[in-house]
Unconditional design. Structure first.
Length: 149
């Protein structure tokens, strides 16, 4: 795995909420929002959800996801955010080994909530940050070298 650029890591570590999209049986998009924890070393996002929710049922059928992450505090004159693609890994996958520990370390209040911690293996990330230069894009792919445009 190529290293994730530091500006992407810093952004993802500061934010807390993602909007994630999966697809239903007819190929229609279905979105949900969640709190997430980020593992920069492995390129993973963790979130907690019940196995019986609509999105969890759909993800057990098709593990591909896409999503967005915006700043927790929006600045209307600053375009900044993340778009990503990835896939859900099963709880038995070695990548999901410490998912619960990592997620609950970031969100200890979630220990009181029912559900399982799910793991998304990120495949590609595009960050837009007009705070440094208008239209600046930084990308990362799991199998390729990151670039800044």
């Amino acid at each position: 795995m190529s290293p994730i650029p530091s500006e992407i890591v810093t952004f993802l570590e500061k934010q807390t909420c993602a909007s994630i999209c999966c697809v239903d049986e007819q190929g229609n998009p279905y979105s949900f929002s969640c709190f997430y924890a980020f593992n920069s070393a492995e390129g993973l996002l963790y979130y907690k959800s019940s196995a019986t929710t609509r999105h969890s049922v759909l993800l057990q059928q098709n593990a591909k996801v896409s999503g967005t992450i915006l700043p927790d505090k929006l600045k209307k004159m600053l375009v900044q955010g993340i778009q990503f693609t990835g896939r859900i890994v099963t709880a038995e996958d070695p990548l999901a080994k410490n998912a619960g520990t990592r997620y609950h370390f970031r969100f200890p209040f979630a220990l009181a909530m029912q559900g399982e911690v799910w793991t998304i293996q990120l495949e590609a990330i595009k960050m837009t940050d007009s705070g440094k230069a208008f239209g600046k894009k930084t990308t990362w792919k799991r199998t390729a070298v990151a670039e800044t445009v």
